[in-house]
Design a protein around this ligand. Structure first.
Ligand code: ATP
Length: 633
């Protein structure tokens, strides 16, 4: 069977290319500068083995000049240039990359800085220009040629005049419209900022004549007469790019200040970073600078915050915030990644499916996780500072995605402990556990101070067990996702069975409950369905009552879930626990025995409201509460 070749409708293809491959028009400049840099790289490469080139590394440069009157922008390089045939092949055929071939043929192993590989970047010029002229003279050739095109209708190639090898690209900008201002690309400030945004690390100087203004010299008489200053324009040649990226410099040459300065400048943060790391990775190959800010940005915990690392390919910026490089739970990390293996031209959508990118993202995640673990181990104070700013995000990470990442994150968590209210890791908690302690205990509340006073914590504390104080909304959900840590289950101090009672004690309580069954039933009935049970408490020591819950939803979870903006309200199954050793219990019994149901009902309401207040919850009818107190007083 004969295999047929695909045919392409090149005009349509070009049209599609121009209008759909890039999202931002401004990147045309990046593409043309990258091409110029590639061309110089090729001639520089030749000059290493061929004396006839006659140029040193310092002689190479890219020039930009803009002329507002003729609305033209010129990008010139003294690189390898193109022959007539190369103009035809490289600029006349979409997706034909001379650079890609060059790279392959010359196996630029060590000094591989060639950027181009797809053979499409050049055409981005048509996003902003109505006419593109390329005048080029190939190195070693005595003839120069001019390629000219107004877009989809085709191109012409004619002989031209040009003295030295290299290429000059002239863009005649499109007319401005109501929506688009193409003239802005002729503005020197705009050009400067585009170069520093996208092409700052091109390794050959990008030069431009920049006009400045300065006060004119005054004569002595003029000075004395206090004549107002007059200004004059002057032109200066400026190099617009800084050329060597910090992350490609040798680590030994760099000082802490260099990294910190780079961070504050690049990521617009007044505060110095808490931590940085400079990574040169082999497999996959990439360089990265990663920073942990010392404070959470003001919008960090809002929808407006955009996570991501800057993504560079060979020193050329591809994307400002590449979200795919960071998992959500490490979204606080700032920094950049530079990889030669990524292509400059792939669009955002394609990038997401780039296998290489995924491999890099995995490697970065591992690095961040290791750095955090190291910090936790060796720089506890710093880690606690980090925790204050971003701990919440890690706890969200444990809970979200159905707990998929909990194992990776569990050793990075900190909780306030009942022991001196200091922060502890789960590992520290478990290591300090007594042999007879079955569970990791926790209590929830608004603040550590509030939790400290909860009656429910009494018994666990009396047994000498440490309690984790959970004060953030997400905390209990995160622990529920974890379920266990090192085979130890988490247990709320409000849980049914705290695992503290001996079988004899349990029996004793059961007998007491049976004995008071009709009293407990009476109390529950008088609370009109507000609680599912009134029970005798085994956890209370000095307090008369507390509120706990049965089933999966705790009172704290009820609070959190009901504070969310949904119509559906969730109810925990509330249990009012009464301390059988408290005086008030005797009072309740005698009321019940004497058949004073009315008073008993009032006591039940009061005790229930008290339990609510202790829990930090609001009571249904404060007026009734106040009246009842007065009545009984
Ligand atoms: N200034 C230049 N000097 C010499 N050759 C050039 C120049 N600009 C473009 N070329 C040639 O034209 C080819 C096509 O350029 P184009 O920008 O379309 O793609 P590319 O740079 O190869 O790849 P990519 O699309 O990844 O940028 C280049 O590979 C190169 O051979």
């Amino acid at each position: 069977m004969e295999t047929k070749q695909f045919k392409a409708e090149s005009k349509r293809l070009l049209d599609m290319m121009i209008h759909s491959i890039y999202t931002h028009k401004e990147i045309f400049l990046r593409e043309l500068i990258s091409n110029a840099s590639d061309a110089i790289d090729k001639l520089y490469f030749k000059s290493l083995t061929d004396d006839k080139v006659g140029l040193n590394k310092d002689d190479f440069a890219i020039w930009i000049s803009a002329d507002k009157d003729s609305r033209t922008l010129k990008i010139t390089d003294n690189g390898i240039g193109m022959t007539e045939e190369e103009l035809e092949n490289n600029l006349g055929t979409i997706a034909n990359s001379g650079s890609f071939k060059f790279k392959n043929e010359n196996k630029l192993e060590e000094d591989n800085q060639i950027i181009g590989q797809f053979g499409v970047g050049f055409y981005s010029a048509f996003m902003v220009a109505k006419k593109v002229t390329v005048i080029s003279k190939a190195y070693g050739s005595d003839k120069a040629y001019q390629w000219e095109s107004e877009g989809v209708d085709g191109y012409t190639i004619t002989e031209a005049d040009k003295k030295s090898a290299g290429t000059e690209i002239i863009l005649e900008m499109l007319d401005d419209t109501d929506d688009e201002n193409y003239g802005e690309f002729l503005d020197q400030y705009r050009i400067k900022s585009l170069v520093s945004k996208y092409s700052d690390y091109i390794r050959f100087p990008i030069k431009m004549e920049v006009s400045h203004s300065r006060p004119k010299e005054q004569t002595e008489e003029e000075k004395e007469a206090k004549k107002p200053l007059e200004y004059e324009d002057y032109i200066e040649i400026e190099t617009l790019n800084s050329m060597v990226p910090l992350w490609k410099k040798n680590k030994n040459e760099l000082k802490e200040e260099d990294y910190k300065h780079f961070y504050t400048e690049k990521f617009f943060d007044y505060n110095e970073p808490l931590k940085y790391s400079h990574i040169s990775n082999e497999m996959p190959s990439y360089n990265a600078l990663l920073y942990i800010p010392s404070k959470a940005p003001f919008d960090y915990y809002s929808k407006e915050y955009e996570k991501g690392l800057q993504l560079y390919s060979n020193g050329v910026l591809i994307m400002d915030k590449c979200a795919d490089l960071l998992p959500d739970y490490f979204s606080f990390v700032k920094g950049l990644v530079d990889s030669e293996d990524l292509s400059l031209n792939i669009s955002r959508e394609m990038l997401q499916h780039d296998r290489q990118l995924k491999v890099i993202a995995k490697s970065i995640e591992k690095t961040i996780s290791n750095e955090l673990k190291k910090m936790l181990k060796n720089e506890r104070e710093k880690y606690e500072e980090f925790w204050k700013a971003f701990g919440l995000q890690l706890k969200y990470g444990v809970y979200s995605d159905f707990g998929m990442n909990k194992e990776k994150l569990q050793d990075l968590l900190l909780f306030t402990s009942s022991n001196e209210q200091k922060l502890v890791t789960l590992d520290e908690y478990v290591t300090a556990m007594r042999e007879d302690q079955k569970y990791i205990y926790y209590a929830t509340g608004e603040s550590a101070a509030r939790i400290e006073q909860l009656p429910q914590t009494e018994l666990v504390k009396d047994n000498g067990f440490e309690i984790l104080y959970l004060t953030d909304n997400i905390d209990e959900f995160a622990l529920k996702s974890l379920m266990k840590y090192k085979d130890k289950e988490f247990k709320s101090v409000s849980a049914d069975d705290l695992g503290l009672d001996t079988p004899e004690k349990k029996e004793e309580l059961k007998a007491k409950e049976e004995e008071s069954a009709d009293l407990l039933k009476e109390l529950q009935e008088s609370l009109n369905g507000k609680v599912t049970k009134v029970a005798l408490s085994q956890r209370l020591k000095s307090h008369p009552v507390c509120l706990t819950s049965e089933g999966e939803i705790s009172l704290e979870m009820e609070k959190v879930l009901n504070s969310m903006p949904t119509d559906q309200k969730i109810h925990a199954q509330r249990v009012l626990e009464i301390n059988p050793d408290h005086e008030i219990f005797g009072k309740l019994r005698s009321l019940n025995d004497s058949g004073d149901k009315d008073k008993l009902g009032k006591y039940a309401k009061l005790l229930y409201d008290q339990a609510l207040l202790i829990e930090g919850m609001s009571i249904d009818d404060p007026v009734e509460f106040s009246n009842l107190i007065c009545e009984l007083m």
